[in-house]
Unconditional design. Structure first.
Ligand SMILES: Nc1ncnc2c1ncn2[C@@H]1O[C@H](COP(=O)(O)OP(=O)(O)OP(=O)(O)O)[C@@H](O)[C@H]1O
Length: 300
């Protein structure tokens, strides 16, 4: 079931078109990534869905609610990660959770969240005394205190060390396991690849691709290359008729086969059948990083 449906969204700031005809849907229980270069329109789109900005055109439904009209009901079902500047420096961890839980009709017990997010021993610490990772965990706990169906997380792990990032990723995965749908705005390819079920790539106000991380890589790089060095004499022209093989080139002692689909399986099966010994067999493995750069023209 779609929990968020966005269709034909448009938004201008004066002459600047920030969103043009943006459509996507988010399924219940998934972690949905929004990725794109600076200024691509990610925050604008997410803030329209959260009801914080009004789009000029298009329709948005979040659990059947229209963010422009059903503002109060919407606030009961979505959780939004705060930005650093939105908490007073001197507030204590428990006070922040207690305060935010008072905003909701059916809040979660914030003591549970303290435990779950590893903040129990920081209960009486002031916000300003927390480490970057602890602040981030507090922001996520605050996004969850209203017992939301959908949580919006933005720049989740910016500024965290590698261990704290991993720990945060594990907690987000656990969050999905409890049935919360997550929309994650990120600049980090490894984060998106690790966490997200599907990803929308934004560029210049449009959604330029939407798929699973693996699907994005596959559709961007339909052709792949298999390389190897035959140990003894081998006539590589035998590979050309195999299904999926587009091109076979000999480069010195190396044979490079370009193809699509399961061509690599076909090539290795033929080599095995013909008892051809090879060295340095390697299938080029494109990454989401490369797909992203290709799709957005490298505008980081
Ligand atoms: N309130 C505003 N008034 C005028 N222009 C704005 C406003 N908010 C955003 N913009 C412009 O709209 C475009 C999209 O901005 P947005 O913040 O949605 O992008 P983003 O993809 O979230 O970028 P970033 O990754 O840098 O956060 C940018 O060119 C930005 O300068």
């Amino acid at each position: 079931m779609s929990i968020i449906e966005v269709s034909g969204l448009g938004k201008r700031y004066g002459d600047h078109v920030a969103l043009r005809d943006v459509s996507f849907s988010v399924e219940e229980g998934e972690i949905f990534g929004i990725l794109g270069p600076n200024g691509a329109g990610k925050t604008t789109a997410v803030e329209c869905v959260e009801g914080l900005r009004r789009p000029d055109s298009g329709t948005i439904r979040v659990l059947g609610l229209d963010p422009a009209k059903d503002d109060r009901e919407l606030r009961e079902v979505v959780g939004v990660q705060l930005q650093q500047s939105q908490l007073p420096e001197l507030i204590k961890v428990w006070e922040a959770l207690d305060l935010y839980s008072s905003f909701y009709r059916d809040p979660r017990d914030w003591r549970e969240l303290l435990e779950q997010w590893g903040l129990a021993d920081k209960r009486n610490a002031r916000f300003s005394a927390l480490s970057g990772g602890q602040k981030q965990r507090l922001f996520i706990a605050l996004a969850l205190v209203g017992n939301p169906k959908v949580a919006f997380l933005d720049e989740l792990t910016t500024g965290l060390d590698p261990q704290a990032r991993r720990a945060t990723w594990n907690l987000i995965s656990e969050m999905r396991a409890t049935g919360v749908t997550v929309v994650l705005v990120s600049h980090f390819m490894d984060e998106v690849e690790w966490l997200c079920d599907r990803v929308a790539i934004f560029d210049k106000g449009r959604v330029v691709a939407l798929d699973t991380p693996a699907g994005l890589v596959e559709s961007t790089f339909a052709e792949r290359r298999l390389r190897f060095r035959p140990v003894a004499g081998f006539d590589e022209s035998a590979l050309a008729p195999l299904p999926g093989v587009r091109e076979v080139v000999r480069a010195g002692s190396q044979v490079v086969v370009t193809g699509t689909g399961r061509f690599a399986d076909e090539v290795t099966a033929l080599l095995a059948r013909e008892h051809v010994l090879v060295a340095d067999l390697r299938l080029d493995q494109p990454t989401l990083d490369e797909a992203y750069v290709t799709l957005t023209g490298g505008n980081q």
